[in-house]
Design a protein around this ligand. Structure first.
Ligand SMILES: Nc1nc2c(c(=O)[nH]1)N[C@H]1C(S)=C(S)[C@@H](COP(=O)(O)OP(=O)(O)OC[C@H]3O[C@@H](n4cnc5c(=O)[nH]c(N)nc54)[C@H](O)[C@@H]3O)O[C@H]1N2
Ligand SMILES: Nc1nc2c(c(=O)[nH]1)N[C@H]1C(S)=C(S)[C@@H](COP(=O)(O)OP(=O)(O)OC[C@H]3O[C@@H](n4cnc5c(=O)[nH]c(N)nc54)[C@H](O)[C@@H]3O)O[C@H]1N2
Ligand SMILES: [Mo]
Length: 765
């Protein structure tokens, strides 16, 4: 391990150098340079990286360093198939790291697990489909099957998948959203009647202030830095709330700016950088509103107003109750929980107040806590008090993760389906879809653990590594009669087979997809509700891979025959799938025609048009109490040792559970992922040193020991009492039952832990 403070800016030559390194590593350099130039372009493919949108600016390249890693990782020339599986048993592969597994290359032919030999062996596509169908058809109840989705699936794949699963008879749709922006969806749907952000990408050009909460765009949404740096240069005030000083939010040199590249200069992004405690953001916003309310009351004395009274009167309800709660929240509580001083909170309030147009963005630092829904509704309240929703240059912007996670939800991947959507499915496809709530991710794990669910099918993703309580999830999948993974690359999830386990290799976003009518495109929806086409460009040897829609159609056809549609015929031309989407979802009218326009089409946003699809037809200011404390008294009572609050986060060299390399460049850490970032004073208090090896145990009142061993301490600039470790290495510490209120999202950003010295490294990779 090497730890060296990184003193440069984000982006710049470092980003270009890293892009080149990953090109070389793909062993497909020449092809991949061409491939990269097609990223996010019309007639090209949507970057399989994040869900950030594209500005309408022709002639620019539209990928970032980390998008390039995603492309190179997928468009590698390495393949694994029969020989690889013959040489490597499942037990052997289980002991390898996630990095090793994915590095072996693309899965290239269907395989089935043979428990006697402990090896995966080839199976034909037809046999794979009929084996899966036989298992699904022999379950007593369709609710005994779980259908997971990861957010890379295209709209076309997701629509077919949900149609198949609902006709089969269940709403068991655990998906990656449950671990990601679920709280944003729930909070916004309740408060403003739509579970999506309210802004368009152009709003960044009109904002006077941008508040960025709990998000690391320099690594996870690098193209967002392009928007932020433009805004900063035009004089917009950027305010960041992040427990860590993330370099991308401090200074950024745009690789597309010749001046910045040649002069070695960078743009200062954040004007005011606040480092609250983990989980302290609701307290920060509560404090801001408390100050603004005092100022508002003062202003009223001279017949002026801080808040937008006309907007509040016309569009909202719940004001009195909320303001009463704000008044009765003590400063002591706000300061203790936020970790910021009253003066700092007051500075943030002043910037907010003096800006006409304010955008608020957030990601996992906000959504993966117990009180995430409450925090997002607190942020929404602040925006509603100023009438900022639906105003140009203002609004709410939950920055989505996976490149089509928002689209998958729109297509109906939802364990709690919307009644209007079900009605529409019923009228288009003439069957009654199930209307009960299905399982989310945590419920699916519980059902497989108890034996209630017996089949697990995954459209992408890496369920075991992404979910909490890793050993329990391994057990849950191993309990199943059937596990099926539709995947591009081998990962841990594939190595905990049910009685029957099948891996189905699929094409990725970058691959050319040819069906009976010729080359196909798919569509995706970005964080700004723009739907556009994505067409693969890589024509490398795809061996026996099939497209996701073709695989879903194969399984559906074997399970349901031609009910309620002729699955195989639909896959011959994806326009036919889009016609069905257009019939089912009114916002997708004339979908095929409207996709012809460069940049695609906008789905619209009811809240941005001041149509509030809530039960009262108004935007609701929801009132929540601040949590008593981030670590509840019941957990504190479990130990006399010092408790620290841990977040699990991404390094610069990974995409969720996919590890591309071992350099967390902007944090200055390389060569090691089993680390704990800790404040030097906390380290001293524990009698430990930088690079001490430690064991970390999490606290939860259920007698299960959750421990990671042999991790290295890294002395770091992080608020006292808070620590950080990488996802997925630290996932065994997240208790399955520790979930967000109303969202059921695992609380991966606030885990109560105890750290102790570890004498000998007993390392788990
Ligand atoms: N290259 C790359 N791109 C990605 C991904 C990837 O893994 N790699 N993943 C994709 C996906 S699915 C998602 S969801 C997004 C994730 O994007 P992010 O949400 O940026 O991902 P995390 O690494 O989890 O970072 C959380 C950030 O919030 C801060 N934080 C944590 N807890 C708190 C808190 O309580 N309060 C505050 N104020 N800050 C806090 C952390 O210090 C960190 O900077 O990125 C997407 N894009
Ligand atoms: N502790 C902790 N846990 C977390 C998080 C955290 O911050 N902390 N973040 C959570 C979040 S935000 C998310 S979104 C989830 C992510 O959970 P997932 O979406 O399940 O995980 P990924 O790592 O994105 O999945 C990677 C795998 O997807 C497959 N894959 C890649 N591309 C394709 C494709 O085009 N098609 C198909 N069919 N398969 C493909 C490959 O086999 C690859 O190994 O993890 C969550 N888990
Ligand atoms: Mo995510």
């Amino acid at each position: 391990m090497s730890v060296k403070k990184y003193s440069g800016h984000a982006g710049g030559w470092g980003a270009l150098k890293s892009t080149a390194t990953h090109l070389i590593k793909s062993e497909n350099i020449a092809k991949n340079i061409k491939t990269l130039l097609k990223t996010n372009q019309d007639h090209g493919f949507d970057c399989p990286g994040c869900a950030w949108g594209e500005k309408d600016e022709p002639g620019r390249f539209r990928f970032c360093e980390n998008g390039a890693k995603a492309v190179n990782w997928e468009a590698t020339s390495r393949r694994i198939g029969e020989t690889f599986f013959k040489e490597n048993s499942v037990s052997f592969l289980r002991k390898q790291s996630g990095y090793f597994l994915e590095y072996q290359g693309r899965l290239s032919e269907p395989v089935i697990y043979n428990a006697k030999t402990d090896h995966y062996e080839p199976i034909s596509w037809d046999d794979a489909f009929s084996t899966i169908a036989a298992q699904l058809n022999q379950l007593e109840d369709p609710n005994q099957a779980e259908f997971y989705t990861s957010g890379r699936a295209s709209n076309e794949a997701a629509f077919l998948y949900q149609l198949f699963v609902r006709k089969y008879g269940t709403n068991n749709f655990p998906d990656c959203s449950n671990m990601c922006h679920e709280a944003s969806g729930v909070a916004l749907k309740q408060a403003i009647g739509i579970g999506k952000g309210t802004i368009k990408i152009d709003d960044f050009e009109k904002a006077d202030a941008i508040f960025v909460f709990g998000q690391n765009p320099g690594t996870n949404h690098p193209r967002m830095l392009d928007s932020l740096s433009h805004s900063a240069r035009r004089g917009a005030n950027i305010v960041t709330f992040n427990t860590l000083k993330e370099r991308g939010l401090e200074r950024f040199a745009n690789p597309q700016s010749p001046v910045e590249m040649l002069t070695g200069t960078a743009t200062k992004i954040t004007q005011q950088y606040f480092t609250p405690n983990l989980g302290g953001d609701m307290a920060c916003v509560r404090g801001m509103v408390k100050i603004l309310l005092e100022r508002h009351k003062e202003a009223l004395k001279t017949n002026q107003s801080v808040f937008n009274l006309a907007f509040i009167e016309k569009h909202t309800e719940g004001l009195t109750q909320y303001l009463n709660a704000v008044e009765s929240t003590s400063w002591e509580h706000i300061i203790e929980q936020s970790g910021l001083s009253k003066n700092e909170i007051s500075q943030a309030a002043t910037i907010y107040q003096s800006a006409n147009n304010v955008i608020v963005t957030w990601a996992m630092g906000i959504t993966q806590h117990k009180h995430s829904v409450a925090t997002i509704q607190e942020i929404t309240n602040l925006q509603l008090l100023f009438g900022q929703i639906g105003k140009p240059g203002s609004g709410l912007c939950p920055v989505r993760g996976h490149s089509n996670v928002q689209g998958d939800r729109t297509m109906g991947i939802n364990e709690k389906p919307d009644a209007t959507f079900l009605k529409s499915l019923e009228s288009v496809f003439s069957f009654t879809p199930p209307s009960n709530n299905g399982h989310n991710t945590v419920e699916a794990i519980e059902a497989m653990l108890s034996g209630k669910s017996k089949a697990f099918i995954a459209l992408g993703g890496n369920f075991i590594s992404a979910t909490p309580d890793t050993p329990l999830t391994e057990q849950a999948l191993s309990n199943c009669d059937l596990t099926v993974n539709i995947a591009t690359k081998l990962n841990k999830t594939h190595l905990y087979p049910g009685k029957i386990s099948i891996l189905l290799p699929c094409l990725g976003r970058t691959d050319v997809d040819i069906q009976a009518s010729g080359e196909q495109s798919v569509t995706v929806e970005d964080s700004f509700s723009m739907v556009h086409k994505s067409k693969g460009v890589v024509q490398s040897s795809t061996h026996d891979m099939r497209s996701e829609p073709a695989i879903i159609a194969g399984i559906a056809n074997a399970t349901l025959d031609k009910e309620p549609v002729d699955w195989l015929a639909l896959v011959s031309n994806y326009d036919l799938i889009r016609d069905l989407i257009a019939q089912t979802l009114p916002d997708f009218y004339q979908m095929n025609e409207r996709l012809e326009k460069a940049g695609g089409f906008y789905l619209g946003n009811s809240a941005a048009q001041h149509q509030w699809n809530t039960s009262s037809k108004k935007a609701c200011l929801y009132t929540h109490s601040l949590p008593e404390s981030i670590v509840p008294a019941s957990i504190r009572a479990l130990t006399n040792n010092r408790i620290l609050v841990m977040q699990t986060l991404r390094s610069h060299d990974q995409y969720n559970t996919t590890v591309y390399g071992f350099e967390d460049r902007y944090r200055g850490i390389s060569g090691e992922r089993n680390i704990i970032l800790i404040n030097p004073e906390d380290m001293n208090d524990l009698g430990l040193k930088h690079e001490s090896l430690v064991n970390v145990t999490s606290l939860w009142a259920d007698n299960v020991e959750r421990k990671i061993e042999g991790f290295k301490l890294v002395s770091y600039d992080i608020p006292k009492g808070n620590v950080a470790a990488y996802f997925p290495e630290a996932n065994p510490l997240v208790p399955l039952a520790s979930i967000g209120d109303l969202s059921s999202t695992p609380t991966s950003k606030s885990i109560a832990v105890v750290i102790e010295a570890c004498e000998q490294s007993t390392r788990i990779i």
